[in-house]
Design a protein around this ligand. Structure first.
Ligand code: ZN
Length: 275
């Protein structure tokens, strides 16, 4: 499994710092945090970044992320499509295959059926635009109670109904664990529907208190990572694993320190999963 550096784990570092750390530590891929990309492009061109990657062993894997894609007003939806087109153009130039897209949270008075229909609708609207730029949408469910799509099963049903080559899922161990997604559902997932695998761990606290800030380095928490890795590998998925942590404590570390610890811990856990 190739290893990906994730800009969300080093929120205070710049894109250049992330990339330098990823190169130094021998990562294969980088997931580009979208806000860092915007910051970079305030003083550089996309062409500068294309040239930077041309000199690098590290390849861009995803731009992460466009959030709150569903249940937008008409005006907000037009904004979403503009953002998608802008990021898709950049992704195409970078030869970056994926953009991560995230369902909405805190939507009141909607049924499960309405959530399903609306999420299918918006992905069907976004997918052809992304396809125009040879980009695929990696849809990431969030395992929070207030997220409209919060289990693997629910996300998979949406992706199956959309049924497009350029729409698949992100499986994130934290979100998988936080809302009790089932290993059996993961084992039954078609490998072609898994676009990205995010790994991380979580503190030993009640699940309803888990927030992004409670994520930990892989192997330091309570998520059954070996079981999840074995389940995902049983589908045939073996492409990439990216370490995504969102922990403010780690944001105070240098990108190189986060990257080194993340890679060491992930390799340890992957080794356990092979035994
Ligand atoms: Zn994630």
């Amino acid at each position: 499994m190739k290893i990906g550096f994730n800009g969300a784990s080093t929120m205070k570092a710049t894109l250049q710092e992330d990339l330098e750390a990823a190169e130094k530590l021998g990562y294969d891929y980088i997931e580009i945090w979208a806000a860092k990309l915007k910051h970079y492009l305030a003083t550089h061109s996309t062409e500068d970044l294309v040239n930077r990657f041309a000199r690098s062993e590290v390849k861009p894997y995803a731009i992460n992320s466009i959030e709150m894609i569903s249940f937008r007003s008409a005006e907000q939806e037009a904004e979403l499509m503009k953002e998608l087109e802008s990021l898709s153009q950049i992704a195409q130039q970078l030869q970056c295959p994926y953009i991560v897209v995230v369902p909405s949270i805190d939507i009141k008075n909607v049924t499960q059926e309405e959530i399903h229909q609306e999420t299918v609708r918006i992905l069907n609207k976004m997918a052809p635009l992304a396809a125009k730029y040879q980009v695929a949408l990696a849809f990431e469910f969030l395992g929070f109670q207030n997220c409209t799509v919060n289990t693997l099963k629910q996300a998979r049903e949406i992706v199956l109904e959309v049924n497009r080559d350029n729409v698949g899922m992100v499986v994130d161990t934290f979100h998988f664990f936080a809302n009790d997604s089932k290993l059996e559902d993961l084992r039954q997932t078609d490998e072609s529907h898994i676009f990205i695998f995010h790994i991380n761990d979580a503190e030993d606290i009640p699940k309803d208190q888990l927030s992004d800030s409670k994520r930990l380095l892989p192997g330091l928490g309570v998520i059954p990572l070996v079981d999840i890795i074995q389940a995902i590998q049983s589908t045939g998925y073996d492409r990439m694993i990216s370490i995504e942590m969102f922990r403010p404590e780690y944001w105070e570390w240098t990108a190189e320190k986060v990257g080194r610890m993340a890679k060491e811990q992930t390799e340890k856990v992957l080794k356990l999963a092979m035994e």
